[in-house]
Ligand binder design. Structure first.
Ligand code: AFP
Length: 320
């Protein structure tokens, strides 16, 4: 079994991208170690602030953000970072080559119940002669040079792509390094498992209501098969399940807050997960468009998300 550094060195990944991936994943190992200490380190609970999106920050949101921010800003190949927990982008080195957008701790409401959380990252290759600006980040997800996440679960796992398929790595805690445990990942085209927050059902648009009604009608309904439901409440956990055993994940538009086109963030969640799912043979859409084609209008933009098994995504979107 090869380590992450052996895997990267043996492929066509440029040295500078290897450096970004190595800094990001090493920092995630430190985040994983901090998470393991839990209450013993006094790091659970609220930080007492709100992020730019009006969400209360947990102490670990802030700690993870600061760890990634300082590690990435110190790397000479990094041009700038954007984080779900930062109001604005943070420029690093004008002659750096990479822009990194990240959600430092996705699913942070799971921390207090000792359940799954993760770090999601999205990397763009971009050079320039002036310090980076927000406009540099506003590129469609199809331009990503790499994307992935580190899942802090019973074991700590790294899942990423550089555009040549998806690989999974498991943290060897004795050696403090990621080791490749699954060289290829494929999402089956069909599924009988869906993930959606059912408590929002009454707020969804009519086509989504009809689609989910048909799923839960099971064998006796128009789909003529039973569906199982799972909801981790951390996208990173739900997408990991889909990459492991298939399924469809949906966070649709709803009219709870009609001003928001969805809950999930395009740059920190939908784009990196969309790239992973597509690289594993699945599909990733809003209710109308391919996620990776969306031209972002702002770094904290939200979108509706329907991703996973290709045929099931098609079926979901066929409801009008
Ligand atoms: P937090 O990081 O604030 O816990 O949000 C996680 C998340 O953005 C995404 O990872 C989940 O899929 C989704 O929210 C869960 O949303 P619900 O609160 O509707 O379950």
């Amino acid at each position: 079994m090869q380590s992450l550094s052996q895997f990267l060195a043996s492929g066509s990944t440029s040295e500078s991208l290897q450096e970004v991936l190595s800094v990001t994943t090493q920092t995630c190992i430190e985040i994983s170690n901090a998470l393991k200490k839990g209450s013993l380190a006094g790091i659970l609970g609220m930080a007492g602030n709100e992020n730019v999106q009006g969400e209360e920050q947990k102490k670990l949101d802030v700690i993870s953000n600061n760890m990634l921010k300082s590690a990435l800003l110190a790397s000479p190949v990094v041009r700038a970072i954007a984080s779900e927990e930062e109001d604005d982008i943070v420029p690093a080195h004008t002659d750096g080559e990479y822009l990194i957008a990240f959600d430092p701790l996705d699913g942070s409401s799971n921390i207090d119940i000792n359940s799954m959380v993760g770090t999601i990252f999205s990397i763009y290759h971009q050079t320039g002669t002036a310090p980076a600006t927000e406009a540099d980040f506003l590129q469609p997800g199809k331009n990503q040079a790499a994307a992935g996440y580190v899942l802090y679960g019973p074991s700590t796992m790294l899942v990423f792509t550089t555009g040549n398929g998806v690989s999974m790595f498991t943290l060897d805690v004795d050696k403090g390094e990621f080791v490749q445990t699954q060289p290829t990942v494929e999402v089956p085209k069909d599924t009988q498992e869906f993930a959606i927050n059912m408590s929002n059902q009454r707020f969804w648009a009519a086509p989504m209501q009809s689609y989910v009604t048909d799923l839960i009608s099971g064998k006796e309904g128009p789909r003529e098969k039973n569906f199982n439901m799972r909801w981790v409440a951390a996208m990173v956990g739900d997408v990991h399940r889909i990459l492991c055993r298939g399924g469809i994940f949906i966070y649709p538009w709803d009219n709870k807050d009609p001003s928001k086109p969805g809950k999930l963030r395009l740059m920190y969640e939908a784009n990196p997960m969309g790239m992973l799912i597509e690289q594993a043979g699945g599909k990733a859409f809003t209710h109308t468009d391919r996620i990776l084609d969306i031209q972002p209008e702002g770094i904290h933009q939200r979108v509706a998300v329907v991703l996973g098994a290709a045929n099931e995504v098609d079926t979901c979107l066929s409801y009008k």
